[in-house]
Design a protein around this ligand. Structure first.
Ligand code: ATP
Ligand code: MG
Ligand code: MG
Ligand code: MG
Length: 474
């Protein structure tokens, strides 16, 4: 049986290769030629131009295992890490693609057969969603595949609904998009959560495993939906989620890859409780950080490098919380290479640079972490309300290099809110002081993202004006 993550990766690619798909390598986490995208966030990114009909390839079917990072922009799961069973900042997306070749019926049939015949998942554990008006997809699921009508849930584009799911997939505000159909796995009634389309869907009982997107439109900046030259298919299944099912565990963090990373982290820091949430966060973050560096991103004060820096700092903070006294993060790289199998090829080549960059960043941050944490801790202990004032948040950021989301991370663990508006006021006051003093030397590019789901606002190096980075797609 296909059980390990490595076996699942090759089983998937083989299945689609046998069905006429070209196996294509994962592309870099840094999207080529796409200023609308922060990091590669889906398997379809490298084929965007092909879907749009602007780039011709000598195949019309492809399959990939694509490394993805969702830590900013339209798809941002940074704040979910450590809180859900199914989200990572870095994950591999298994996908099959049709460029004007097959469409709905074949796409649905391929996915269903892979899950129920190759992997032998019990059909009674599966339910599916479709776009609310997509009767064609309904008929394929119901009549051709034989899924009972009550297990086919219609979901719209979710304006004003009490739940979050959305069956109209888009990469960003512009680009290829279309209605989709998703397959969910029921992990059992002992786990909290409801079926998709209910207010409880965000629990982790019914976990989305596969999204099949029927690419039909190219969304323009003004919102107009232009039909694509030929209807196409883009699908994505998170390898960690299917591995969890195949390994008989509920959480992605219990699969082979994560168990080894968590055990190694616990060994290095000397922690005995393997269930500790911080271990999961660190095991998640080493993957995104190491692969981002291997793909050429370096920690810095702006753009992609700043997002990387924030993730590293988060990991270091969690290590500190577990009692780490020395640099630990970079020491996870050999284990990471070991567990990632074929997916680690690029990382092996860059191992030395990755380890050195992580170590340098960690050492640099460790010097200020301790002091910042003391100040934050004291402020939280003195707190009379459930909200930390913006002035303190700003001081931590400005004086101690604490990204605001790091402060927010600590506060969230203690059920405390962060006064974002107050922070903005403090930041604005600082900017006008700097301007009045003609002090253009201060680097406000190191600004922050509190609401990591909305646009990134940095501050221009020279003017102190807020700038919306083109790197973010929201
Ligand atoms: P969810 O609703 O669970 O956040 P999604 O709808 O945002 O998932 P898609 O954009 O449809 O996910 O991506 C396709 C597939 O990639 C998902 O069905 C899931 O298997 C996987 N996936 C998405 N986000 C993550 C993540 N942060 N970590 C691990 N796997 C993910
Ligand atoms: Mg999501
Ligand atoms: Mg979803
Ligand atoms: Mg989805």
């Amino acid at each position: 049986m296909f059980q390990t993550t490595a076996e699942l990766r090759s089983a998937f690619l083989k299945y689609f290769e046998n069905n006429g798909h070209q196996v294509v390598d994962s592309s870099s986490l840094v999207p080529h030629n796409d200023p609308t995208l922060l990091f590669t966030n889906a398997g379809m990114n490298q084929f965007k131009e092909t879907f749009l009909g602007m780039e011709k390839r000598n195949y019309s079917r492809a399959t990939t295992s694509q490394r993805c990072v969702r830590a900013g922009g339209k798809h941002n799961d940074l704040d979910n890490v450590g809180y859900t069973a199914r989200h990572h900042t870095f994950f591999e997306m298994l996908g099959n693609f049709s460029f004007g070749d097959y469409f709905k019926e074949e796409a649905i049939t391929f996915a269903w057969n892979f899950l129920t015949q190759t992997l032998k998942l019990p059909t009674e554990k599966l339910c599916v969603t479709i776009y609310e008006t997509d009767d064609e997809a309904f008929d394929i699921w119901n009549k051709k595949i034989g899924v009972a009508a009550e297990n086919i849930i219609r979901i719209g584009d979710n304006k004003g609904a009490a739940y979050a799911s959305d069956n109209f997939w888009q990469m960003g505000d512009t680009g290829p998009c279309g209605p989709c159909s998703e397959i969910f796995y029921d992990h059992g009634e002992h786990i909290w959560g409801g079926r998709p389309g209910t207010p409880e869907e965000d629990g982790d009982r019914f976990i989305e495993i596969w999204n099949i997107v029927f690419m039909q439109y190219n969304r323009q900046a003004d919102g107009e939906m232009k039909p694509l030259p030929k209807p196409s298919v883009d699908t994505g299944m998170g390898i960690e989620r299917i591995a969890a099912i195949m390994q008989g565990v509920h959480s992605n963090y219990e699969i082979d890859i994560f168990q080894k990373l968590i055990a190694k982290t616990a060994e290095i820091i000397n922690v005995s409780d393997l269930e500790n949430k911080s271990l999961r966060v660190i095991a998640d973050h080493i993957r995104s950080c190491a692969f981002l560096i291997a793909d050429g991103v370096m920690p810095s004060n702006e753009g992609r490098g700043y997002v990387l820096r924030r993730i590293i700092r988060r990991a270091v903070r969690h290590g500190n919380k577990l009692g780490a006294t020395d640099s630990f993060f970079y020491k996870l790289v050999p284990t990471l290479i070991d567990v990632m199998g074929d997916a680690a090829k690029g990382l092996v080549v860059m191992q030395d640079i990755v380890e050195k960059s992580l170590k340098a960043e960690e050492e640099q941050f460790a010097r200020t972490l301790e002091r910042g944490l003391q100040i934050l801790d004291a402020a939280l202990n003195d707190l009379k309300t459930d909200t930390l004032d913006g002035e303190t948040v700003f001081k931590l950021y400005d004086t101690y290099g604490f990204p605001v989301d790091l402060t927010a991370d600590v506060c969230r663990e203690r059920d405390i809110n962060v006064d974002e508006a107050g922070f903005d006021v403090a930041m604005a006051a600082q900017r006008s002081r700097a301007q009045a003093a003609g002090n253009f030397g201060t680097d406000y590019n190191a600004s922050l993202i509190i609401d990591t789901d909305t646009q990134f606002c940095g501050y221009s190096h020279l003017t102190g004006e807020a700038v919306v980075s083109g790197l973010y797609v929201d």
